[in-house]
Design a protein. Sequence first.
Length: 262
Amino acid sequence: MSSVLAEVQGNEPSPEHSDRTLIAPLKHTVKFIAILAALGVAGIVLQVHLHSQPPNKVTMPGGLASRNSFVPRELSLILAEWALLYFVWRGIRLKGMKLRDLIGGSWNSGKRISVDLLLGAAIGLVFMYAIVIPVALILGGRSAHASPVVNPMPPHNVFEAIVWVLASLNAGFCEEVAYRGYLQRQLRALTGKSVVAVLLQAIVFGFVHTFEGLGGAVAAGVAGLLLGLVAWWRKSLRPGMVAHAWVDILYGLFSGLLVKAL
């Protein structure tokens, strides 16, 4: 993993790649999509299992809905996301690319940092109020069976809140590199259409989030579409990383209030 971090911060120039140049071998991308498909199917199986339970007994398998599993769950997600990022890194290095090539942009001035931070924060707030909450209201419903797993364990103390923030920052980095950086660019090279690439990666992103229920999968898919468009527009993942982390942080810290409102 140290090599992955070194490449993000490195200063050595990398070879130029056009929009139609594959950034990793095709068989690597096939494996990548297969992994994501398996995760999506596992999410569907989980939802089927949860929907088969009585409403007052909806719990995650293995006791994952217990309070003492909050930190292990988040740490396991962090490790899984870094494993996915490592897989991406192993693929792109075969084509002479580095992670910073996928990230794009630069933070070499206060102005650039401020613009990306403000843009990311604005996108995050719009997404929360225009998409996440309406989707939760429409698809989440008021039934325990409507969406059994939508962040079932919001943080309940300061330590858990810190862990949640760290996990959110990690997701904002790793998932943006994997989906909007690697997958979107690879699909752009394969299809020759930026719009198609943005749409396909958003569908994949939503499918991987089936473990969160229908509402979570739809919200994730719309998020992937929005973040994909931002990455295409800005030619950088940085604003999307900020927006992604910001939305996760807000939703995790305030989802308890949202659930009560529903």
